[in-house]
Design a protein around this ligand. Structure first.
Ligand code: ATP
Length: 314
């Protein structure tokens, strides 16, 4: 449960660098309910952290600076609009300390990919700066700041497999037998805007052309309790998938290619455009990744497993 490693008192980094690793998420079930008065949709989701990671290093500094490498470098603004900078300011403001740090982000999670990379970076920043500055907030306090930064941020501190309700920010762990699930992740060229995907879903629903809403997570939770990936495959679902397909019709080819390659199931991850495919085991995932790469429908294909821990000092 601790986000600090065993024996970690939270003061590591009082002088030295603090390095935090944070995973990407997929939604095994993404049930989108009605639009709320605050502009968010009521969600009923099962989050699952997978082994694609960003890494944030925090060092002492005289001001707050951010540099980055990897996915999105050169595209992503490093100013106050960046979720890393926003997270550092939010923590410093809450704890009453100066937001001084030299932050460096190594990004492997694609931008606007439906894998919550920005939220992951915000979660990593909270954990790293909490250690660097010795603010030592409780897990609940961090989760509160996280929720203000974005609906997915509390889960990315948490990790594992968890139920998300409200606008996704209310997270409770899913108790399941320790099982690793094996995934193939098909990354597309370019991103999709999450707000645009929700707007498209609203439009499809108004026009009466959206599929029926997924509703309860019961079937998915029951499937997780079994160890059979075929059972899990049948329970995966995403209410945003039709919207993502409407905005990016080529994703249908990606899903088809995964199916043709023998995936147990394929779904759009979150708001897309990343597609994830469930494999029977690790060897099956490797074979599937090879075939999906050969099909030429993705910018990049990676294998991953889950669940993995949330933002952790390494
Ligand atoms: P989600 O699944 O949570 O909707 P996503 O994976 O589709 O997110 P992200 O990469 O998390 O998309 O971010 C979406 C947008 O957030 C980016 O296009 C960018 O404008 C902004 N952003 C701000 N800070 C970051 C960051 N550190 N990393 C990625 N995106 C960021």
């Amino acid at each position: 449960e601790a986000w600090r490693p065993d024996g970690e008192d939270g003061r590591r980094g009082a002088g030295g660098p603090v390095k935090v690793r944070v995973p990407a998420k997929v939604n095994l079930h993404l049930g989108v309910g009605p639009l709320r008065r605050d502009g968010y949709h009521e969600l009923n989701t099962v989050y699952h952290a997978i082994s694609i990671y960003d890494e944030l290093t925090a060092r002492p500094g005289d001001t707050l600076t951010l540099t980055m490498e990897g996915e999105g470098a050169g595209e992503l603004a490093l100013d106050d609009s960046n979720l890393v900078i926003r997270a550092a300011h939010a923590l410093a403001g809450y704890a009453g300390v100066l937001p001084h740090a030299r932050l460096h982000l190594r990004k492997q999670i694609p931008l606007a990919g439906g894998l919550a990379g920005g939220s992951a970076d915000a979660a990593a920043t909270l954990v790293a700066c909490d250690a660097l500055w010795g603010t030592r907030l409780s897990r609940e306090e961090l989760a509160g700041i996280a929720a203000d930064l974005g609906s997915d941020v509390p889960f990315l501190i948490h990790g594992g497999t968890a139920l998300g309700t409200g606008r996704g920010e209310a997270v409770s762990p899913v108790l399941a037998r320790p099982t690793s699930w094996h995934w193939v992740v098909g990354i597309a060229d370019g991103g999709l805007s999450t707000p645009a995907a929700y707007r498209e879903l609203d439009r499809l629903r108004e026009a009466g052309t959206a599929g029926p809403p997924l509703g309860s997570t019961d079937a998915l939770l029951a499937a997780l309790r079994q160890r059979d990936p075929r059972v899990l495959a049948a329970a995966l679902g995403n209410d945003l998938q039709d919207a993502a397909l409407a905005m990016r019709p080529a994703l249908a080819d990606t899903l088809k290619a995964g199916e043709a390659a023998g995936a147990l199931a394929g779904i759009v991850s979150g708001s897309g455009p990343t597609c994830v495919f469930l494999a029977a085991d690790e060897a099956h995932a490797r074979g599937l990744a090879r075939d999906l790469t050969a099909a030429g429908v993705c910018r990049e294909v990676r294998v991953a497993h889950g669940p993995v821990a949330g933002a952790r000092i390494v």
